[in-house]
Design a protein around this ligand. Structure first.
Ligand SMILES: [Zn+2]
Length: 218
C-alpha cells in the first residue's frame, strides 16, 4: 500500500485494538506519547489517512506496530501484518505447509493466492486420508466415506473448493468477490475442518487419560 504524502500534519492519537503480530495477544495497543500523522489529498480536503506507531499492551511482549487507517480510524494495514493464530498439533506436515501459506497470503492481503492455498490444503487432506477421485469434487465426496466428520463441514469443504476454483480462474463463477472477508471466513472454516480431521481424536484421548487418572485416584 502506498500513501502519497502531499500534505501531512501531526494529529491526535486514538486507541487501536488489534491482534499482536508478535505474541498473538488481542488488545488495545498503547500510544508512545507521540502524535499520529494525518495525510490530506490537497489543502481543501479533510483527513484522508492516519499513520502511527503503537506498542503491544502485553507486558512480556511490548512489540511495535505501525498502522495506516482511513479517516474513520478503520485499520487498512499494519506492519508487521496480523497472522491468524491456529493450533498446529497433530496436523501432517504437507497439510500444515499448505495451510500456513494460506495464512501468510492472507496476512499480506494476497486474498486470491490465499483461496488457492486453502484449496490446496483440502487436496492435501484428501491425499493424507487416501481419498480418491479424478477431481477434488470427487475426492471430497470420497473423503466423507473415509473420515468421521459432520455433514456441515463436508458441505463447507465443497464451498471452499469452489472458492479456490474461482480464485484460480479469470472470471469468478460462484463467489462474486474474493476479498478479506471471504478469506477470513474460509480460513476459520478450514481451521474447524483441521480440528475435526486431526485434533478431536487427540483431544478425546487427553480427556480419557484424565479420566483414568481420576479413576486411579478414587
Ligand atoms: Zn504482543
Amino acid at each position: 500500500m502506498k500513501i502519497t504524502l502531499n500534505i501531512t500534519r501531526t494529529d491526535r492519537t486514538t486507541n487501536i485494538a488489534t491482534r499482536c503480530p508478535h505474541c498473538g495477544h488481542f488488545g488495545t495497543f498503547m500510544t508512545l506519547g507521540i502524535m499520529d500523522i494525518s495525510t490530506y489529498i490537497n489543502s481543501n480536503t479533510s483527513v484522508d489517512k492516519y499513520l502511527g506507531i503503537r506498542k503491544c499492551p502485553n507486558e512480556s511482549c511490548r512489540g511495535h506496530l505501525f498502522f495506516i487507517s482511513d479517516s474513520n480510524r478503520t485499520i487498512l494495514l499494519t506492519s508487521p501484518s496480523e497472522i491468524i493464530p491456529f493450533d498446529k498439533e497433530n496436523i501432517p506436515q504437507k497439510v500444515l505447509n499448505a495451510f500456513e501459506e494460506a495464512i501468510k497470503c492472507h496476512s499480506n492481503s494476497c486474498f486470491i493466492a490465499s483461496a488457492i492455498m486453502i484449496r490446496k490444503t483440502l487436496e492435501e487432506i484428501c491425499i493424507d486420508r487416501g481419498a480418491v477421485g479424478n477431481n477434488l469434487f470427487k475426492k471430497l465426496a470420497d473423503l466423507g466415506s473415509k473420515i468421521l466428520i459432520p455433514q456441515e463441514l463436508l458441505n463447507g469443504m465443497d464451498e471452499l473448493r469452489l472458492l479456490g476454483n474461482d480464485a484460480a480462474h479469470i472470471e469468478a463463477q460462484t463467489f462474486s468477490e474474493i476479498g478479506k472477508e471471504e478469506i477470513e471466513v474460509s480460513l476459520e472454516f478450514t481451521k474447524e475442518i483441521l480440528k475435526a480431521v486431526y485434533q478431536y481424536e487427540n483431544l478425546l484421548q487427553k480427556l480419557k487419560n484424565l479420566k483414568s487418572k481420576t479413576d486411579n485416584a478414587t
